[in-house]
Write a protein that binds this ligand. Structure first.
Ligand code: SAM
Length: 288
């Protein structure tokens, strides 16, 4: 099996297949054994697991996943990497590649047809141009993932894992916290990739919650309140929510008053429990 974390081996493959990295597809391939190990260890994969990988590239992470998992299905948008990938994974019978855009695929159907009887996990060194949409798509899919271990930009990792009252706390931190427990596993320097990206990266583990962290009466309104609260970061919650069109200002004011939450607070100071209580109260008052 070719050692794909070796820059020498990677260069040989580039030459052999006349392959050029695509910047627009976020092709920064991993060449660091420690970073690779941190993804596989955090994923804690065994033969009972079916792993969905997004963006296998030449298959560096894929090889490690195939060694431990029952089955690995990798979704790769770039058809030019497929022959290289298939060669590098030729010794694994538990591997399948799907040449598609992960944002356009019917994920529910894929999971049902490929991973019946398996615990499903996601592992990926994500393309950075599309990190947040992929994470939100996975979280909101309602699919029964056990965990999602991903390499992302460090700044994104910090926002995913941020706690209320910190500068990185925002709508995505709350969305992640609603569905999962998030932790940063390790930071990874640009030199761990070929070609090196401009930014430092981080491995993040999202362990999906069996029960959501809070139970808003109206989930759609709960997320709209979160979106509204962070739509104008410098404004007070009352103004931001009213400008966003969540409800008339007097009703919003009443909701804050009923809950004893100072309406001058800003979104980043509210906990997820407070957001839940607020959206429930807005719903109650708006229905009157
Ligand atoms: N897993 C490999 C590694 O760690 O060396 C490659 C990771 S590279 C950061 C991201 C990969 O995602 C590339 O192979 C790229 O072609 C692929 N990709 C980009 N956009 C994609 C999309 N929308 N759907 C599926 N794969 C995508």
């Amino acid at each position: 099996m070719r050692k794909l974390t070796s820059p020498k081996v990677l260069k040989e493959l580039l030459k052999e297949y006349e392959f050029r990295f695509s910047k627009s597809l976020g092709q920064n391939f991993l060449i660091d054994d420690d970073a690779l190990l941190s993804i596989t260890q955090a994923s804690d994969i065994c033969k009972d697991d079916g792993v969905l990988e997004i963006g296998p590239g030449f298959g560096t992470l894929t090889q490690a996943l195939c060694e431990n998992a029952g089955k690995v299905v990798s979704v790769e948008i770039d058809k030019t990497v497929i022959p290289v990938l298939n060669e590098n994974l030729s010794e694994f019978s538990n591997f399948k590649v799907i040449n598609e855009d992960v944002m356009k695929i019917d994920l529910k159907n894929l999971i049902e047809t490929e991973f019946s009887g398996y615990n499903v996990k996601v592992a990926a060194n994500l393309p950075y141009y599309i990190t947040t949409p992929i994470i939100m798509m996975l979280l909101e899919s309602g699919l029964d993932f056990e965990s999602i271990v991903i390499m992302v930009q460090k700044e994104v990792a910090e926002r995913l894992c941020a706690k209320e009252g910190t500068k990185d706390f925002g709508a995505i931190s709350l969305s992640v916290d609603y569905y999962a427990k998030a932790e940063i596993i390790t930071h990874v320097p640009p030199t761990s990739f070929m070609p090196p990206p401009k930014v430092t990266s981080s491995v993040v583990k999202l362990t999906m919650r069996k029960d959501k962290k809070v139970n808003p009466k109206n989930e759609k309104l709960f997320f709209a309140v979160i979106k509204g609260a962070f739509s104008q970061r410098r404004k007070t919650m009352l103004n931001a929510l009213s400008n966003f069109g969540i409800a008339p200002k007097d009703k919003l004011y009443q909701a804050f008053k009923n809950l004893g939450i100072d309406e001058k607070r800003r979104g980043e100071t509210l906990s997820i429990e407070e957001f839940c209580a607020l959206s429930d109260e807005i719903e109650k008052i708006s229905l009157k």
